[in-house]
Design a protein around this ligand. Structure first.
Ligand SMILES: [Zn+2]
Length: 80
């Protein structure tokens, strides 16, 4: 279930061109990696039925943020 959630969130990478760019930060760039969706994922953690999905999504964002920091030296792309 957690894996399914984290795979679903990365479907928004398919909307980007190129689909995968190691120099690009996912967080703040892709529609499902924005501030509002992230707040929603955190909110999901507080409901018993959606906790695992929310947790998986928050972990996913966390990994994307760390990846961005390691490769680009910034935590996320600020909303324009
Ligand atoms: Zn991602």
């Amino acid at each position: 279930m957690i894996m399914a959630a984290t795979l679903l969130i990365d479907l928004d990478h398919l909307l980007a061109n190129p689909i995968y760019d190691p120099q690009r930060c996912s967080v703040g760039f892709h529609p499902l990696h924005g501030l509002l969706p992230i707040l929603l994922y955190i909110a999901l953690c507080f409901h018993r039925k959606t906790r695992l999905v929310g947790l998986g999504l928050v972990i996913h964002i966390g990994l994307d943020v760390i990846d961005c920091q390691v490769t680009n030296g910034i935590w996320f792309i600020p909303a324009s």
